[in-house]
Design a protein around this ligand. Structure first.
Ligand SMILES: Nc1ncnc2c1ncn2[C@@H]1O[C@H](COP(=O)(O)OP(=O)(O)OP(=O)(O)O)[C@@H](O)[C@H]1O
Length: 367
């Protein structure tokens, strides 16, 4: 696949404040890329720079071989969908979609055909004559999507398009957007602060923090091989457990000595104190004899498909909590109870290590 959009050393300053610091990456034709990060990390600013709604301070942006860095928005080739739908309230659904087509110079006949085609694409044929305030939020966003796509842009920009919708509609619409995006093969960029959304929708995720890129990768790479401690903490739930590496074969957690197999991803650290990062689904309650650590169960929370069990190291009750996800069927067999002392095995092939620079509570994400 060819590169469609190239962002090279883009800097954006607002006065003395640097919102984007030397951002560089490229997007391939037909790719769906999500900008993911906490509030204020610069993801919307980056999207607005691509759209020409913000002027970059320095750097270069090339779209389909054309230098767009200093082009005004109307000279750029993109369609955009905003969180707030931004439909014209005084125009019907079909007129909202037709407006841009008329401005592009399409005949009335073409406009009617294109409007009908796009209404069918987003499943709103029966709503052509309704006004935006007669539609649900999800339906309004589908109109906004149809309006953006009807102009046949080379690039689709989505600025938190699902944030204003309730959970069920959000899940439905994210599948709709992915289906349409793949069907049309349109290169797309979506801004979101919702890591679940990014993991579910993106071909690649650009994780941002304080104006810089922390990691770019597929959802699996981001989740399974977080490049930095920030990514490990921000995406999904992650436990950070203090440990000391004794040698290539053993680590100590509290009073327990754990054998680690060869090729464990404990990279570059030969000995000393580390924080082991391990996902809640990579910890298992087991019998005492196994290679395990002893923990005390603090809370058990039902999450639908699994129980989230909050534990603490038995010999270090002041240490940060360790969260374990136990599938419901497994939990029934284990008969887990609060205040029990139990043994936890760690899938040592799934651990990563970070230097113990600070102690952080894992980010717990509701199911
Ligand atoms: N027009 C502006 N003038 C001054 N500062 C701005 C302006 N627009 C954005 N900023 C600042 O730039 C930083 C990045 O903002 P941006 O809106 O890109 O963040 P974000 O990651 O999209 O967050 P959110 O999800 O909250 O929108 C923030 O600190 C913000 O206050």
């Amino acid at each position: 696949m060819q590169t469609y959009l190239n962002i090279d050393n883009v800097v954006k300053k607002f006065g003395q404040f640097t919102a984007l610091e030397k951002i560089s990456f490229s997007i391939k034709e037909g790719e769906f890329v999500c900008f993911l990060g906490p509030s204020g990390c610069g993801k919307t600013t980056l999207l607005r720079c691509i759209a020409g709604l913000e002027a970059v301070t320095s750097g270069l942006m090339v779209q389909a071989g054309t230098d767009i860095t200093h082009l005004p928005p109307e000279k750029r080739d993109f369609g955009i969908v905003f969180q707030s739908y931004a439909l014209f309230p005084n125009l019907t659904v079909q007129d909202n979609i037709a407006l841009g087509l008329k401005n592009q110079g399409h005949s009335n006949y073409d406009c009617i055909n294109l409007v009908n085609k796009w209404l069918a694409m987003v499943g709103l044929t029966d709503f052509a004559n309704q006004y935006p305030n007669q539609l649900s939020g999800g339906q309004q966003q589908r109109v906004a999507l149809a309006r953006a796509l009807a102009l046949s842009p080379g690039l689709l920009l989505l600025d938190e398009p699902l944030s204003a919708l309730d959970a069920k509609v959000r899940t439905y619409l994210r599948e709709e957007i992915c289906r349409l995006q793949k069907k049309l093969g349109i290169t797309s960029v979506m801004v979101t602060h919702d890591q679940e959304e990014a993991l579910a929708m993106a071909d690649r995720i650009v994780v941002m923090n304080q104006g810089v890129i922390e990691q770019i990768g597929s959802p699996q790479e981001i989740y399974e091989q977080p490049a930095t401690r920030f990514v490990a903490n921000f995406v999904g739930t992650m436990n950070f457990i203090s440990a000391s590496i004794i040698n290539k074969s053993f680590i100590r957690i509290g009073e327990s000595l754990l054998k680690i197999p060869e090729n464990t991803p404990i990279k570059g650290i030969k000995s000393g104190l580390v924080d082991l990062a391990i996902r809640p689904e990579c910890l298992y309650f087991c019998s005492e004899s196994e290679n395990s650590i002893s923990v005390k169960i603090q809370f058990i929370e039902f999450q639908g498909a699994y129980y989230q069990v909050e534990c603490q190291l038995w010999d270090e009750l002041s240490a940060p909590s360790i969260y374990v996800n136990v599938p419901v069927r497994e939990a029934r067999k284990l008969n887990l109870k609060s205040q029990q002392t139990r043994n936890l095995a760690i899938d040592t092939t799934q651990i990563r290590t970070y230097s113990p620079t600070y102690k952080s509570k894992p980010t717990v994400v509701a199911a």
